[in-house]
Design a binder for this molecule. Structure first.
Ligand code: CMX
Length: 134
């Protein structure tokens, strides 16, 4: 399944408000939404750049995925998300090609999108997400 575009790039930050200021005042983007995703233990902030978004991720729990990532690697690019027509089909296709899945099927993510992750150990070190709006 061919992705249509990069839906978003997720960036792990230590301080969401400080990072929002940087993206607004230096890069010139506008934060249009802040959302807590409780089951992922993150608070997120979104910016649009063309068809792609920047998703800032601040951990709300040191044991959550972003908390552990920052502890180990420090702030920086955390994941890349591809927009696809159907997350379940994209996950299925990756599994058939021997890629290790984190999510066996799509689940609800930020902005009400369907999301599913591939394991970074199977994707050349880049945590990879598929996203679709259904
Ligand atoms: N990118 C690349 N590598 C990563 C990574 C990331 N974002 N997160 C963890 N890793 C690597 C670690 O460096 C570690 O590598 P080594 O074994 O070589 O040291 C390995 O993966 C295992 O890491 P860990 O700290 O022990 O963490 P876990 O195995 O418990 O979890 C992962 C790793 C990727 C399975 C987990 O973070 C996950 O399920 N992520 C998907 C969900 C997520 O990231 N949610 C937050 C965003 C939510 C959203 O945008 O909606």
């Amino acid at each position: 399944m061919k992705p249509t575009h990069i839906e978003h790039i997720g960036i792990a930050v230590a301080d969401l408000q400080e990072a929002i200021r940087y993206y607004e005042e230096v890069i010139g983007l506008e934060c249009y939404a802040i959302e807590d995703i409780e089951d992922q233990k993150v608070r997120t902030a979104f910016f649009k750049v063309g068809d792609t978004k920047i998703e800032l991720l601040e951990s709300t729990d040191p044991e959550g995925p972003v908390g552990k990532f920052i502890e180990k690697k420090g702030p920086g690019i955390h994941h890349m998300a591809f927009a696809v027509a159907d997350v379940n089909k994209a996950l299925e296709g990756a599994a058939e090609k021997g890629v290790k899945l984190i999510d066996q099927e799509g689940r609800k993510g930020a902005e009400g999108l369907q999301i599913g992750f591939l394991h970074p150990k199977s994707t050349f070190g880049v945590l990879t997400e598929f996203c679709s709006d259904k």
